[in-house]
Design a protein around this ligand. Structure first.
Ligand code: SF4
Length: 572
């Protein structure tokens, strides 16, 4: 039995992303407003007073694991901090020009009209990692406790299933599971309210949703993966402030996908490709899709003479309004991507994430003032969401991603109709909306069966991608540019619950797609002693969560590794 320190806090936020950082700052502000109004007799009730607020973060610093395109709609940060620019918010560039390219395999058409949801003029291109680092500093200035290198490993419940806090992971366990000399047990952070803002497919949210049935009556969550590189390009290749979104090549019409190119200062560009993780063909490799995207003549022209400087990959929760879990339970709230707040049509979620955190904070103020953090007060979070501009923005696009599950052409017609009717037209949709991605993956054609790690790169789909380490890169080279580090002498944080399935059914039915959907070469089937076995190179993991989402048998469970491990997305 391990003796653990218990730290009593009032509110614990899990994950230092935009939702929780904005939420924690807003909580501080709203508590002081509340207390002032009570003191002046403007508001009835009790003062709350000083409370302990903590943010736990698995990365080595705030921003280390934060990755996004990113173009930010400033609507939420303006509410949080009207003078955010004067206060030094590290925006990179203002968007000055929008473009939309439709790409065929050889040609690129510059659309005469940019679809309205993709118009970004006046919004901000930024590194979300830098922005979160800055918000973290603001939180610390406001007296909020930030605990980097503290991965939350489990949710703590009382005997009535009320959430009472979280446990952080133990440090100093070797790969066999034995304690090392530097062993330190994780601590129990007890809180009246726990806010889960872990990003998409949060490992604690997964436990919580399953235990408390928070997806009952909801549509399945669907995800996409964004694979991104930062490049330095020669002056004149691409203008600062220009934002391009693309459709078409290299995705097939049954696979959701699209690219982006954002012009930042100092001739740096953010370039990336999003692939829907509800594709049918098990041979699809989202990293290779991105590499192929860069070989398109119109895209390659932008990169000509340039140099790749950083790499990253991350999933986003793409389903939107219908796929939101119940956002509250006794003692707990779900915000940001964890709560499925992203607007898939605009490919934007920073503003909705921040606003969700701020509405969670307002709900908490009310609950603390009444000394009741049960669902009786926390349920008001969903009401606040539905009365806010989040609802106005997400409800009209509630069918957007589902329409792509019927293929690109019906989706485009549907999206246009939905845009005109605020989401009402969905005649082309399948009967069931939002089917979970792992349920849509089809068996290998002809039962071609077992494949080794790079076999798929010889298939027609990828055979022309040169992987020349100039324009296109293999996964290992890219992973090096993600700055990934994990202590190798620790248990793997990727729990494959039944490796026999990998060697038998999965090899025959899908050809082990984990080798392809992982953007970091973590999973490899190897021939050993005459049989195939799964090798897990967990130290490469960039924490994107694709494997937890896309494994067709749902036998991969991603748990938090030792604190501080993972990618280093500083400046990404
Ligand atoms: Fe992403 Fe899983 Fe690969 Fe890690 S192991 S990089 S979480 S797919």
């Amino acid at each position: 039995m391990i003796e653990r320190e218990q730290i009593e806090m009032d509110v614990v936020f899990v994950g230092a992303g935009p939702a929780n950082l904005a939420g924690a700052l807003w909580l501080k502000k709203k508590i002081s407003e509340h207390d002032e109004y009570v003191e002046r007799g403007i508001k009835p009730g009790n003062k709350i007073g000083e409370i302990e607020i903590g943010i736990v973060e698995k990365g080595s610093f705030v921003g280390a694991h934060i990755l996004s395109g990113a173009v930010m709609d400033p609507i939420a940060i303006r509410e949080l901090m009207p003078d955010f620019l004067e206060q030094g918010c590290p925006v990179d560039s203002v968007v000055t020009e929008d473009a939309f390219w439709y790409l065929t395999s050889k040609r690129g058409i510059d659309a005469p009209i940019v679809p309205p949801p993709l118009k970004n003029k006046g919004k901000y291109i930024l590194s979300l990692s830098k922005m979160c680092e800055w918000l973290g500093e603001k939180c610390e200035e406001a007296g909020i406790n930030i605990f980097p290198e503290f991965p939350a490993s489990e949710v703590l419940y009382d005997e009535n299933d009320r959430v009472i806090g979280i446990r952080t992971g133990d440090k100093g366990i070797d790969k066999e599971g034995h304690r090392k000399d530097n062993f330190e047990p994780g601590v129990d952070l007890l809180a009246k309210v726990t806010v889960l803002g872990e990003g998409s497919r949060g490992s604690l949210a997964k436990q919580l949703v399953s235990r408390l049935g928070l997806m009952e009556g909801k549509e399945s969550q669907v995800f996409s993966i964004g694979v991104k590189e930062l490049w330095e390009v020669p002056e004149g290749n691409f203008d600062q402030g220009k934002v391009v979104h693309t459709l078409g090549f290299p995705s097939d019409t049954q696979t959701y996908g699209g690219g982006w190119i954002y012009g930042m200062k100092d001739n740096v560009i953010s370039i990336g490709y999003v692939t829907g993780l509800d594709y049918k063909d098990p041979n699809i490799d989202p990293h290779a899709e991105f590499q192929k995207f860069k070989t398109h003549p119109k895209v390659a022209e932008v990169l000509k003479g340039g140099k790749m400087i950083k790499y990253g990959a991350k999933t986003i929760n793409a389903g939107g309004y219908w796929t939101m879990p119940k956002l509250y339970a006794d003692g707990v709230l779900l915000v940001g991507d964890t709560g499925s707040f992203l607007n898939g049509q605009r490919i934007k979620g920073i503003h909705t994430a921040m606003k969700s955190g701020m509405l969670a904070a307002e709900t908490i103020v009310d609950a603390l003032a009444h000394d009741d953090t049960s669902t009786h007060h926390l349920r008001h979070f969903e009401e606040k969401v539905n009365l806010s501009w989040i609802y106005d923005e997400l409800h009209p696009v509630r069918n957007f991603h589902a329409s792509f599950q019927s293929g690109r052409w019906s989706a485009l017609i549907n999206s246009g109709l939905q845009f005109l009717t605020k989401g009402l037209a969905w005649g082309f949709l399948p009967k069931e909306h939002h089917i979970a991605g792992h349920e849509r993956m089809e068996h290998q054609a002809n039962g071609s069966g077992a494949m080794l790690p790079n076999d798929h790169l010889k298939l027609d789909r990828y055979k022309k991608v040169p992987f020349d380490k100039t324009l296109t890169f293999d996964k290992i080279t890219d992973v090096y540019h993600a700055g990934v580090g994990h202590d190798e002498d620790q248990p793997s944080h990727l729990h494959v619950l039944d490796t026999e399935i990998c060697a038998t059914r999965c090899a025959e039915e899908y050809g082990n797609p984990c080798q392809r959907f992982c953007p970091a070469s973590v999973y490899e089937m190897e021939e050993r002693n005459g049989r195939r076995e799964l090798k897990v190179n967990f130290s490469n993991c960039v924490h994107c969560k694709t494997c937890d989402i896309s494994d067709p048998y749902q036998i991969i469970n991603w748990v938090t590794p030792e604190g501080g491990g993972g990618p280093n997305y500083k400046g990404m």
